[in-house]
Design a protein around this ligand. Structure first.
Ligand code: ADP
Ligand code: MG
Length: 261
């Protein structure tokens, strides 16, 4: 189990409206050239909340997620993360990147570094820790994702499911306040999907704030506090999973969910 370092479990009982959001997006817009990819999106993400984002391919899910750690810029509107406004100020961008971990579909491990060095690289460069300290922390994280025995291996020596768990450990090594996942299991063979989802479920239960783009509806039903449906760059619906799946108000959402679950 991944221990709870981020919050008191009792906090989960609080209604979101009683807490300050960790992330707010307010009337956010983005264009790629003349293409309006994100249209006036406003929402908030609360500490300890697990949000699943679904929607058709091309609806803007990845772009929206990438804006939350400034891998993409937004044109208008505001994004505030833990009190830091995301804008062109490089200090703000650095500060936000320390707080926001990201896991991609394609792992993005450094092929020339061992599993251990992949996990220690960012803390050694960006946090004030010695190599020895970083390695102790990295081994702990690798144990938590079930990879204690693989620290010395190179990425080509492990499976896709293991590589994705290393990528999760690597993001956690920066002690982020929120973890973003962009279709973390879509590049994996079916037998490896569960081992990655299990690590993500542990993380969710530990109180980590998570925003997860995924089509794994079992994961959404089991651990999400909220499901957001994106369509053509807009939030068409957001609701707790029980409500979302049982009586999606919108016919297009029902059709989409019917296709993927
Ligand atoms: P999703 O993750 O929901 O599949 P994306 O956010 O990746 O959607 O993409 C939304 C739309 O924006 C798509 O039509 C895609 O082709 C377009 N797009 C994404 N990234 C770029 C880019 N860097 N330049 C131009 N168009 C892009
Ligand atoms: Mg995408």
């Amino acid at each position: 189990m991944i221990e709870d370092k981020t919050m008191n479990p009792a906090d989960r009982a609080l209604q979101p409206s009683e807490k300050a959001p960790l992330i707010t997006a307010d009337k956010v817009n983005k264009h790629f050239g003349s293409f309006h990819v994100i249209k006036d999106v406003s929402t908030a993400f609360y500490q300890g909340e697990v949000t699943v984002i679904i929607g058709a391919s091309g609806s803007g899910k990845s772009t929206f997620l990438r804006m939350l750690n400034r891998l993409e810029t937004h044109d208008t509107g505001n994004i505030v993360i833990d009190g830091i406004e995301l804008n062109a100020d490089l200090k703000h961008i650095d500060a936000v990147r320390r707080e926001v971990g990201m896991v991609f579909q394609s792992f993005n491990l450094f092929p020339h570094l061992t599993v251990l060095d992949n996990v220690t690289l960012a803390p050694r460069r960006l946090r004030d820790v010695t190599r020895a300290q970083a390695e102790v922390a990295a081994r702990e994280l690798l144990a938590k994702v079930g990879l204690a025995d693989h620290a010395h291996k190179y990425p080509h020596q492990i499976s896709g499911g293991q590589a994705q768990r290393v990528a999760i450990a690597r993001a956690l090594a920066m002690q982020p306040k929120v973890m973003l996942f962009d279709e973390p299991t879509s590049a994996l063979d079916p037998e490896m999907i569960k081992e990655v989802l299990d690590v993500m479920k542990d993380l969710a239960r530990s109180g980590m704030t998570m925003i997860v783009v995924t089509h794994e509806m079992g994961f959404a039903r089991e651990v999400a506090d909220r499901v957001i449906f994106f369509e053509k760059g807009q939030i068409l619906e957001e609701a707790p999973p029980a409500e979302f799946f049982s009586n999606a108000r919108n016919e297009r959402i029902r059709a989409f969910v019917g296709k993927i679950s």
